[in-house]
Ligand binder design. Structure first.
Ligand SMILES: Nc1ncnc2c1ncn2[C@@H]1O[C@H](COP(=O)(O)OP(=O)(O)OP(=O)(O)O)[C@@H](O)[C@H]1O
Length: 611
């Protein structure tokens, strides 16, 4: 059942949108049910036990009535002797059986839900990471994350409890009404006329109150944002003497929270009064009328029958009350399933979930050509980022790409890595078009040392070994030595097992780069892309990184996206990119001799800046 929000202090919890239940949406959900298939024996076993336990649950009001009548020497049912001990023994046996059945029903449902959900989670995650880059450009990471967490949790809740609960309550409702009519048609009729009406009013009221408290929660979340923002920017608050201004802003917000909460409390009070008066009033009237029927011996109506009736009435009111919430939960789960399916239905990149399938099948020598490539990002078709780009890099050559910010240098790197594909023109590896290669073959043989090296939260060892998953400790150490990283790594007390990132040591920019270089060395790619860091390192760190890069570039094609022109003088070829077009290309000497050339101009700018 959905949790009630009682006051504004409850943590704000994002409501998942509901979906309409129709043929289409149910068909969609049906497609997720294939994940239950492997565990269907347990699922159906659980269902049978669920039906059994709900039916046995319905026997209890009968036992209560039989006990009360037996105490007065009356026989309630022909098949149960009017003997307190016998009734007790039968009831306890049924209770024991029900407990036994419930145990299996609960564990089996939870097991099926956990296992099938883990499968859905794995597939959704795998699908997400194999989706083309463009997919990520159009979506926020938070939104994708919520599919894996909130949406899948909703489906899990529904599978573990909501479905079972809905079936149980339906059995109780239908069974309860049938049994009630057997006990007393008059009382059942009276009950069924009033109860649905009362429940509808209670539902409507409940929804209204929930809305009010949600508004209060949203306001409270807003005021929490004020606290967060001001604490994060505390230096600004102090520098502008905004303490009083912020405190007043916070206070105004809090007052609004209180106003909303107070308004809500009035309605909640009315709701409480309504429940007490109407709902308990109905129960009281039923007992009143029932007692009257007992007193006039109406068709042998006994106190035992009255008790049975009251307990059944309580059962079916609870069932009626819980069904709308259960229905809403199922609607939410259908909405969640649709959103998860949206991802599962996306076209991913051709990468297998079995690691060995992704091993290199065709080795690359390192010849790379761009032929008349035109490219725009799919999300921004109106901006042509690369225009008629033609470039030839022979195996083992160093080719530098220079140009102003935004000219398209990193975009060229993305195209080599096959993150995007050109709209026209061809890219060739060793003279063959990319379509001749498996995507994984290209990516496995191209390595990038990016500007901003992002390390994962694990150990230094794991971060280097990311370049080659089955690398031995010796290989990792060897790569670190060649990348000038061994010395600083062994300087940490835990050496290669030092945890990096938030929970471990923070590495400097130069250290992170050397780890990335070690990682690339281990990968041993045919083609290397160096996206030179724009932020400069101190000269000692710079020397260590530069040396490591030289080591890394040996014997492979290197595409260097250069910001400091001093580092690329030795390049075999330098191409100058401006607004997506190659406007000059040649060696350093050739380009510097162009009087009006952009390269010469940029070199002079940097020379002047460093002079
Ligand atoms: N994912 C993307 N979606 C849409 N447009 C993009 C995307 N990435 C880059 N662009 C645009 O493409 C153009 C080229 O960007 P790119 O990053 O390739 O330039 P750059 O030469 O590497 O710049 P810098 O030297 O500043 O890194 C820019 O106008 C940029 O706004």
């Amino acid at each position: 059942m959905a949790r009630q929000r009682l006051n504004s202090g409850n943590a704000a919890e994002k409501e998942l949108p509901k979906a309409k239940l129709n043929k289409q949406s149910l068909q969609n959900v049906g497609r997720l049910l294939k994940y239950i298939q492997p565990y269907r024996a347990k699922f159906f076993g659980g269902l049978v036990f669920l039906i059994l336990s709900s039916l046995t649950g319905l026997a209890f009001p009968g036992f209560f009535g039989a006990l009360i009548d037996a105490a007065q020497g009356k026989q309630r049912y022909a098949f149960i002797p009017a003997n307190l001990t016998t009734i007790g023994e039968i009831a306890i046996t049924v209770l024991f059986l029900q407990g036994f059945i419930s145990y299996f029903r609960i564990t089996w449902f939870v097991q099926v839900a956990e296992q099938s959900l883990a499968d859905i989670r794995r597939d959704t995650y795998f699908k997400m990471v194999t989706l083309p880059m463009d997919f990520f450009a159009n979506r926020r990471v938070g939104e994708l994350n919520s599919r894996i967490s909130a949406d899948l949790s909703q489906i899990q809740d529904t599978l573990t409890t909501t479905i079972a609960e809905a079936i149980r309550q339906l059995i109780i409702l239908v069974g309860g009404i049938i049994l009630l009519t057997i006990v007393s048609i008059k009382l059942t009729f009276a009950l069924l006329v009033v109860l649905p009406f009362l429940i509808a009013v209670a539902m409507f009221f409940g929804k209204f109150i929930r809305n009010l408290s949600r508004q209060a929660q949203d306001k409270l979340a807003e005021s929490n944002t004020i606290v967060e923002e001001t604490l994060q920017g505390i230096a600004n608050v102090k520098a502008f003497v905004s303490e009083a201004f912020e405190a007043n802003r916070y206070d105004r917000n809090l007052r609004e929270v209180v106003n909303l909460a107070v308004r809500g409390s009035k309605y909640r009070g009315m709701f409480g009064a309504f429940i007490v008066f109407c709902l308990f009033g109905v129960i009281f009237c039923e007992i009143w009328y029932g007692s009257y029927l007992v007193s006039i011996h109406d068709h042998g109506f006994t106190f035992g029958k009255l008790t049975t009736f009251i307990v059944y009435a309580a059962f079916i009111s609870a069932a009626m009350g819980s069904l709308p919430d259960l229905y809403a939960n199922i609607q939410k789960a259908v909405g969640s399933s649709e959103r998860v399916l949206e991802i599962l239905n996306e076209q991913g990149e051709p990468i297998s979930i079995t690691e060995t399938d992704n091993n290199i099948k065709q080795t690359l020598k390192g010849n790379l050509s761009f032929r008349h490539i035109n490219f725009h990002y799919p999300s921004r078709p109106e901006i042509e980022v690369l225009k008629d780009v033609t470039l030839e890099a022979k195996a083992g050559q160093k080719v530098a790409i220079v140009g102003p910010s935004g000219s398209g240098k990193s975009t060229m790197a993305s195209l080599i890595l096959q993150f995007y594909h050109p709209q026209s023109g061809t890219m060739l590896f060793d003279g063959a078009p990319v379509s001749d290669y498996a995507l994984t073959d290209i990516r496995n043989q191209v390595a990038i040392v990016p500007q901003d090296v992002l390390l994962f939260g694990g150990s230094i060892f794991e971060n280097i070994a990311y370049g080659k998953r089955n690398a031995s400790r010796e290989e990792v150490i060897q790569a670190a030595k060649r990348a000038n990283a061994h010395q600083f790594i062994t300087g940490f007390p835990e050496g290669y097992d030092t945890i990096v990132g938030e929970r471990g040591v923070k590495l400097s920019g130069g250290q992170r780069q050397r780890i990335a270089i070690a990682r690339a060395l281990l990968k041993n790619p045919a083609i290397l892309i160096l996206d030179e860091a724009t932020s400069s390192l101190d000269s000692e760190s710079e020397r260590l990184v530069q040396e490591a890069l030289e080591e890394l570039m040996k014997g492979r094609t290197s595409i260097i996206i250069a910001h400091r022109l001093s580092t690329i003088r030795e390049a075999d070829q330098i191409v100058v990119l401006e607004k997506g077009r190659i406007i000059e290309s040649g060696t350093h000497e050739e380009l510097i001799s162009h009087e009006q050339g952009l390269y010469r101009y940029l070199s002079q700018l940097q020379f002047d800046a460093t002079a």
